[in-house]
Design a protein around this ligand. Sequence first.
Ligand SMILES: C[S@@+](CC[C@H](N)C(=O)[O-])C[C@H]1O[C@@H](n2cnc3c(N)ncnc32)[C@H](O)[C@@H]1O
Length: 191
Amino acid sequence: MHTIRRRRLAFAALTMAAAICCTTIRSSAQRPTLAPYIPTPQDVVDRMLTLAEVSSKDIVYDLGCGDGRVVITAAKKYGARGVGIDIDKDRIDESRRNAREAGVSSLVRFERGDILEANVSEATVVTLYLVSSANLKLRPILTKQLPAGARIVSHTFGMGDWQPDKVDKFADGRGDQRVLYLWRADGKVRP
Ligand SMILES: C[S@@+](CC[C@H](N)C(=O)[O-])C[C@H]1O[C@@H](n2cnc3c(N)ncnc32)[C@H](O)[C@@H]1O
């Protein structure tokens, strides 16, 4: 009887240890992919940067940067500095190659990482092309970290009940309808 109880306890302890171990492995190895890779067409990128009124004084962060086109364009067209962050290593390698080819490697950098853990406090412009649920997860992070006056531009997706300062609706070069949203950080944290 005593032995059976001991075996049961040992089994329960092993099961619990396995559960804890699996949880740790899952959370450290599988970073959350918040949106699939779909690049913003170049003419829409140009319009996003125009909406944000990017200049050479800006530091542009593209969260989920794909092939780096947003920050590379901001550097090439306006002389802005930029940071692109993506969870996918291939995208980061591609972004770095594209930056070299565009001759803007000294102005931009690309980091592999989870945007939900990013420090964006130096950004004056943040660009997004994710999905609504990801924007909502980012909202408290961005509104806490960004300096007042920083601009956030999102392609297609809003930020819940945070009303944008501007909305730009237009047909892109291929005739597809696009919507861009602009918010200005005002120092108020929005959970
Ligand atoms: C729709 S694409 C946008 C690419 C680029 N910003 C553009 O507009 O062309 C979304 C990107 O977000 C990246 N992504 C998804 N979840 C992420 C996460 N948790 N952290 C960092 N990047 C993520 C994807 O790998 C993908 O490259």
